[in-house]
Design a binder for this molecule. Structure first.
Ligand code: ZN
Length: 816
């Protein structure tokens, strides 16, 4: 019902009012009022395109980046848990600038007691002042105490023993926290190269105690006297800081979270370890004849074409290995080309399996997928680690480029999950049972498959697509979480991968948020902010907004443009728009630059019926509408009481108005109708007659954008006969009013219910207001019995005082 006249005038107005002054002035008024342009051009915010980075989001025609090659000799002292090493860096200045100094990253310095990271670590478990600090004391965990003790007992951070030029001449250097500036005796001109020689060493941290991306893990229960260790070495050598066209030296202090961005280069690394150790490292082993047995080399060869991973070191051999130690040493020699970092792992505990991934193509037809893990990894690792490595490459390459390196490795150790070129550290383990068997839970299985896919995925982003992790966590974690969600759901969609739109809803509506475009160390809630939200956003961009064809083309274009180069956020945003041909400024603004959330409410639906203008039809309809209105309770009750009205009691007194109501049609109106029809132009008459004949259902839907984030409206409706229809309304519907819009839907059949985003594809945080009419929300309720908490006043001390003191034996019995 409602506003039948409104309809007519709307039809009449549409033809004439396109350029009316009223519409024009209201648009101006909006910009003066509360209007917010959610579609404002993002170019105002992005850096100006230049010869290094084009407006298309591509490397510009004068794009450059530096190169740093490393030659490193390192020795692991297992007893002291220390490495000592000497490196030579060959640095190529490909920039157009002259450099007077070179900045080096000394990440191990984060563990020094006076590092910025240690000094600014905050305490988060204060006593509650509202309880007078009595009932809720401050809390410190045994883990925190153990860490504090370790940091006090051990001298940590880099010892820099020598810094010299290529001829051995000592160079001046200044250590600034986790960075070191080396002053060059002669400025390094554009196009020139220089050599730096650095001798260094450090005590390795106990990873379980200190936490971090590398370190050792001790296994005291191994058969060997004193136990064994697994050593994971990363951020272990002084690394040249990146020098870029967009930030010059990236020498922002390392605070632990904002990770790294390095220069690409070639590595030659010799690793001197106890002879019974197995070493996994970035790159390819070059002296396998010296460090592997003939049997091991044969197994490796056999693994290349194997259907399932082949043991190079079997579980039995590893178990035998970990029973004893040796004084002998072996030197493993690795080479890696065009990598931005180098990490390695070493232990006598390692089981080693391998399987060749026959990728095909010209880039790297065969990749050796390999896993290294102790017996604690067990069957879980044996079954799934190397297979997960291969699955990752299969999926990621489809979205980006062929995996370009000869190896891809997964190593088990104390680090939950961390990535480096060709090597990843992954944490899941099995549990030893009393009967000596090992089992693992479903969640540990999911953890293993998920973390291996995620970390191997990082070899693509950011190890190859070299985004700046120190500044933008989302550029690697967000893109990688999006793709690990693709790979993960192609492995097993019943595992929750956390990239579906509904995964991010609770975070999106929470308070205390920063935009995705926030520097890594300042991000609140890193997981949802830098992983889940951008991943869910890209998932929505792919499945809802662009569709797979456009998204996949643009995303692949981005990956290929920036493989082995340095993209910035602007390059990603620009490439996705330029290659898809879809303006996404509103999307980046909403999802990446704001803390808005999605909450589109369908608050009102009007059903309209076109007036025929024929008074004999229209006025009869209006009479019917009047009759359909509910009778007042007063009148109903009077009737129920049998109370007659004066009019009813006096039927002999009647006049004209008793016979004709206010809807009675007169000839005056009939004449007006005829003259209305005569004045219509032929096309107007044709249109009007057809509309009257069809008598369609006109629905006007009022949408309110409560979350602020503009999004497409995914509208679905159900007819009274049970059939359904849907409409995709692009986000641009909000361009002139981002808060509320109305939409006309015309249908043949009568509609029973309208729904917005019924399949939860847009991360709409409030589903309830998506339905018209509203729906009853199914939920659960449990009856519970209240229990009273015990404190030091309410405990029954009279009764408790009778308790006997338990003996040590009784205690142990109880624990079994
Ligand atoms: Zn990650």
């Amino acid at each position: 019902m409602k506003s039948t006249l409104y309809w007519c005038s709307a039809l009449a107005l549409a033809a004439t009012q396109l350029f009316s002054t009223a519409a024009y002035s209201s648009a101006i008024q909006q910009t003066k009022g509360t209007f917010e342009d959610k579609f404002r051009q993002l170019d105002e915010v992005l850096p100006t395109p230049n010869v290094y980075r084009s407006a298309a989001g591509e490397p510009g025609e004068q794009y450059w980046q530096q190169q740093a090659n490393y030659s490193i000799k390192v020795r692991l002292d297992e007893e002291k848990r220390r490495i000592d090493a000497a490196e030579t860096i060959t640095y190529f200045n490909n920039s157009p600038y002259t450099l007077k100094y070179i900045w080096i990253q000394l990440d191990q310095n984060i563990f020094k007691n006076d590092s910025m990271a240690e000094l600014t670590a905050t305490f988060n478990s204060k006593p509650d002042p509202s309880l007078g600090g009595v009932d809720r004391p401050a809390r410190i965990s045994l883990n925190q105490l153990r860490r504090q003790q370790f940091m006090t007992d051990n001298e940590l951070g880099f010892a820099i023993n020598k810094v010299a030029d290529g001829r051995g001449k000592a160079l001046d250097f200044v250590v600034v926290g986790t960075n070191m500036r080396i002053d060059l005796p002669q400025p390094l001109k554009a196009g020139d190269k220089t050599s730096l020689a650095i001798d260094f060493g450090f005590n390795i941290i106990d990873s379980d105690t200190v936490g971090g991306r590398s370190g050792y893990e001790h296994f005291p229960d191994d058969a060997r006297e004193g136990g064994n260790d697994i050593f994971l070495l990363a951020q272990w050598y002084p690394r040249v800081a990146a020098f870029t066209d967009y930030e010059a030296w990236t020498n922002k202090e390392f605070l632990g979270r904002g990770e790294f961005t390095q220069e690409f280069g070639d590595f030659e690394v010799t690793i001197d370890v106890p002879a019974d150790h197995i070493v996994s490292a970035t790159g390819v082993l070059k002296n396998d004849r010296e460090v592997l047995t003939k049997t091991q080399r044969e197994r490796l060869e056999q693994s290349r074409k194997a259907k399932r991973p082949v043991f190079v070191v079997t579980p039995e051999e590893a178990l035998e290995n970990e029973k004893e130690g040796t004084d002998k040493r072996k030197v493993w020699r690795f080479e890696a080309e065009n990598v931005r970092d180098f990490a390695w792992a070493s232990s006598r505990k390692f089981i080693w399996d391998a399987k060749g991934y026959q990728q095909g193509g010209n880039v790297q037809p065969e990749v050796m997928a390999m896993s290294f893990y102790p017996k604690e990894g067990g069957e879980l690792w044996e079954k799934y680690s190397t297979e997960s490595v291969i699955h990752t490459m299969e999926v990621y390459s489809r979205f980006s480029f062929d995996y370009p390196y000869p190896t891809a490795q997964s190593v088990n150790g104390p680090v939950g999950g961390m990535e480096y070129p060709m090597i990843t550290f992954n944490g899941p383990r099995t549990i030893l049972q009393d009967d000596g068997s090992r089992t693992y839970s479903l969640s540990e299985k999911r953890f293993l498959i998920g973390v291996v896919i995620h970390e191997i995925g990082h070899i693509y982003f950011p190890m190859i697509v070299n985004s700046d992790e120190r500044q933008w966590t989302w550029m690697d974690e967000g893109l990688n979480s999006f793709l690990d969600g693709v790979a993960g759901r192609e492995w097993d969609p019943t595992i929750p991968w956390g990239v579906e739109p509904r995964s991010i809803v609770d975070y999106m509506k929470s308070t205390n948020q920063v935009p995705i475009m926030t520097q890594s160390d300042s991000v609140l809630n890193l997981g949802p902010n830098a992983y889940t939200k951008p991943a869910a956003a890209l998932n929505i961009l792919r499945e809802v907004i662009l569709g797979r064809e456009l998204f996949d083309f643009a995303f692949k274009e981005y990956a290929q443009r920036w493989a082995f180069k340095r993209p910035t956020p602007a390059d990603f945003f620009r490439t996705m728009e330029e290659a898809s041909g879809v303006d996404l400024d509103w999307f980046w603004r909403g999802w990446f630059y704001s803390t808005d959330h999605v909450d589109i409410a369908l608050d009102r639906v009007y059903k309209l019926r076109l007036d025929t203008q024929d008074p004999d039809i229209d006025w009869e309809r209006r009479r019917q509408e009047e009759t359909d209105k509910p009778t007042s309770l007063f009148v109903q009750r009077n009737q129920a009481e049998g109370r007659k009205t004066w009019v009813e009691l006096n039927p002999d007194v009647r006049d004209f108005h008793d016979e004709n109501d206010r809807f009675t049609v007169t000839n005056k109106q009939r004449n007006a109708y005829q003259s209305f029809l005569e004045k219509l132009e032929p096309w107007e008459r044709k249109t009007f007659d057809r509309a009257i004949a069809e008598d369609k259902n006109y629905y006007v839907l009022d949408f309110n954008n409560l979350g602020g984030l503009v999004m497409p409206i995914l509208l679905q409706w159900t007819y009274t006969d049970g059939s359904q229809d849907s409409m995709y309304i692009p986000a641009e519907i909000w361009r002139r009013n981002a808060k509320s819009v109305s939409k006309l839907i015309v249908t043949d059949k009568e509609v029973l219910e309208f729904a917005v985003d019924p399949n939860w594809e847009t991360a709409d945080v409030d589903i309830e207001n998506n339905y018209y009419p509203r729906k009853i929300i199914p939920s659960r309720i449990e009856a519970f019995k209240a229990t009273r908490g015990q404190d030091h006043i309410s405990r029954d001390i009279m009764q408790d005082a009778k308790t006997k003191l338990k003996t040590k034996e009784a205690n142990e019995e109880e624990q079994d």
